[in-house]
Design a binder for this molecule. Sequence first.
Ligand code: UD1
Length: 390
Amino acid sequence: MHMIVKIALIVGARPNFMKAAPIMKRLRELKEHFSPLLIHTGQHYDDVMSKVFFDDLNMPKPDVYLGIGSGSHAEQTGRIMLELEKTFLKEKPDIVIVLGDINSTMAGALAAAKLCIPVAHVEAGLRSFDRSMPEEINRMVTDSISNYLFTTCEEANQNLLHEGHPEERIFFVGNVMIDSLYSVKKISGSSKIVEQLGLTDTDTVKPYGVLTLHRPSNVDNKKALTDIFEALAVVAKSLPIIFPVHPRTRKQIQTFGLEHYCNMVSNHDHKTSTTRAEFPGRLTCINPLGIVDFFKLTSGARLVMTDSGGITEETTVLKVPCLTMRDNTERSITVTEGTNVLVGNDPQRIIDGARKQLSRDFSAIQSPRHWDGKASERIVDVLLKIKNEL
Ligand code: UD1
């Protein structure tokens, strides 16, 4: 009889759910080898930030829910570590898998490493070289104590080698976020979000853009957020911009009194939906979307404007032009091989960048290597190979 490996998979926030779903699915198919335990820290807890993703991605309910919620970085990270330590002591996993670069990722890696439980990091090796970004600290700490480093691109492999990680610990498996993108693509036809937002004219879809903003460097600073909104108001004069607003950002729009840039629309009620074209120069603000609606919306967009990292990967695969309102990125492959350009938060650069991106055609580009929907299979193949080490 062979050993069944108990794997704790830690998730906390939106982008984690997308990365965990395909890995979880694959692990569950191999019951004779693996017993997966899904642990949700509760870093994101609102239904629109969490539950809708589990539903859309057809993910099982978490086996353990820690209900940590929001807080300062130290508070949130500390509370997650305290609760995870208890869970690990009780459940005794053979290996812990952490994903991406959020506080739950670093907290999970630290709690496991201190109990001498091997740690695997999915999306290892990405570096923005900007330590003012909380995620950069999370990435560096997590990688430095992980035993198995799963990477999405060659640059990540090189970063890890430069930091002294042995080559045999680095596994270039590709991009697991893109696995989710491919599986959601199959069902996104059912989404009515484009019609709900009044973006169709008889049978044709009108040109529109999509905006997401949540980075503290953009949304927690009044000048930065005002500058971005000023620039986007210019872009919105000729291109309706749909803006699913993150709770952090919604709070800051109110705190800074920037509501006049926004046109609030309910995306949950057909009757109150209204076309963006009636409000030129304003952003059409809606509630955060689930992955099926978001995928439908971005795949049909003329331009995506964002400060997210994951979205720049998705637009690269979707061949949709993307404008990133940051000065750096840990995912430079989206610029060198994809559809992304960096414009920071300077208004003129945003306006010029949007104009330029709208005139570009990316239809001929190829997706980066291993961004093919099979990353989770490669990850699980590695786990099968290393079973005996655990
Ligand atoms: C976190 C991640 C970020 C990731 C993002 C995806 C860290 C350091 N940051 O940022 O890398 O790109 O998730 O969205 O881990 N809030 C709610 N409801 C929720 C969740 C959050 O209202 O369900 C509000 C709270 O006021 C909270 C704030 O949003 O204080 C920020 O949430 P937090 O999880 O701390 O960071 P994000 O900005 O979401």
